[in-house]
Design a protein around this ligand. Structure first.
Ligand SMILES: *Cc1c(COP(=O)(O)O)cnc(C)c1O
Length: 347
């Protein structure tokens, strides 16, 4: 029986068309700069975003790491939202391996960081302090698409304050889709950008780091240091090219399906006050404060639906290209099956 996997959009598997592109990929040794497919992918994304250069990375974590270390020297610090991926989900790499301190600031409800907290975090030039060097933004952040006006405010403050800006755009194209803006409009508000090919875009692996020419050279060295310089990586880059050509426009389907799913769930529950259901881009966050919640993940697993906890009372349900209308309906029915008895008894 087919599994419906809603734990993340990282679980997507290459489609037939993508596999064909991988099969047909022309390759060379990318460490010599000889892989035509990698070169094509790097050029393609640079042109799409209006940036100097792109470097094909093995993962989003490696991409963020290489970017931060290209921008910063040991003893510098980044200013980063406390819930952002670089801060909490990358094993502290920039500090552990890079000697770069993390100055964490609070994140607003919309996923952004306020100019007020950025300003308070910037340290004066004083030997007591690490040197504030780089502002790290994130979009989407936990599914939330942050508006370009907010990003622009942060970017302009950073520039006035002599900071560079890195955007962790793991789900950059989900943000673009939701904001209905051109990729370059967002890309112009950061010095470097990291984009995952392996999430909603459906590639098996790989991320792209965009940055100015001088930093690109440095980032390639750091990628090497991190063990991320691959040889015939055109095999993976072919999947990336296919993803950029075929899987960006369709992201809006995931957003619509997530929104419809949320609305159907809200309708089903009516006004039960111990639950909250929120949709942001391709993610639905379902919170249930009742005891019943503890049994939901195993119940769904028996129905071959994989969901996972976001926190101890919340699920994150992620829509992606392997979740079609039927899968969405079956998930909804399983919610109804799980909650129906208690819903009846509370009527
Ligand atoms: C997934 C993700 C990353 C890292 O990607 P990996 O390829 O899993 O290393 C970075 N930032 C954000 C916001 C992400 O969601």
């Amino acid at each position: 029986m087919d599994i419906i996997d809603l734990r993340s959009d990282t679980v997507t598997r290459p489609s037939k068309g993508m596999k064909k592109a991988i099969y047909n990929a022309e390759v060379g040794d990318d460490v010599y700069g000889d892989d035509p497919t990698v070169n094509h992918l790097e050029k393609k994304i640079s042109e799409m975003l209006g940036k100097d250069e792109a470097v094909f990375m093995t993962s989003g974590t490696q991409s963020n790491f290489s970017s931060v270390l290209a921008h910063c020297n040991r003893g510098d610090e980044i200013i980063v939202g406390e819930s952002y991926h670089i801060c909490g989900d990358e094993a502290g790499g920039v500090s552990v391996l890079g000697g770069v301190a993390m100055n964490t600031i609070s994140v607003e409800n919309d996923g952004s960081v306020s100019n007020n907290s950025i300003e308070n975090a910037i340290k004066p030039d004083d030997p007591h302090h690490a040197i504030s060097k780089l502002l790290c933004l994130e979009n989407t952040s936990r599914g939330k698409a942050i508006g370009l006006e907010r990003i622009k405010e942060s970017y302009e403050l950073a520039k006035r304050s002599n900071l560079s800006v890195h955007l962790d755009g793991a789900r950059f194209f989900n943000a673009i889709t939701e904001l209905k803006c051109a990729p370059e409009d967002h890309a112009s508000l950061a010095d470097s950008i990291s984009i995952c090919l392996s999430k909603g875009l459906g590639a098996p692996a790989g991320s792209l780091l965009l940055l100015p020419k001088d930093l690109a050279k440095k980032a390639r060295r750091i990628r090497k240091l991190a063990g991320g310089s691959l040889r015939q990586s055109g095999i993976l880059a072919a999947a990336g090219i296919y993803a950029l050509d075929n899987n960006i426009d369709r992201l809006k389907e995931d957003h619509i399906r997530a929104e419809n799913f949320k609305n159907d769930l809200v309708k089903f529950f009516g006004d039960i006050s111990d639950k909250s259901i929120v949709c942001d881009t391709n993610m639905v966050f379902f919170t249930d404060l009742s005891d019943k919640f503890n049994n939901i993940v195993p119940f769904f697993r028996k129905e071959n639906i994989f969901i996972s906890n976001w926190s101890n009372d919340t699920l994150r349900i992620v829509f992606h290209l392997d979740i079609d209308e039927d899968a969405m309906k079956k998930t909804l029915e399983t919610f109804q099956k799980f909650y129906e008895p208690s819903k009846r008894s509370s009527d």
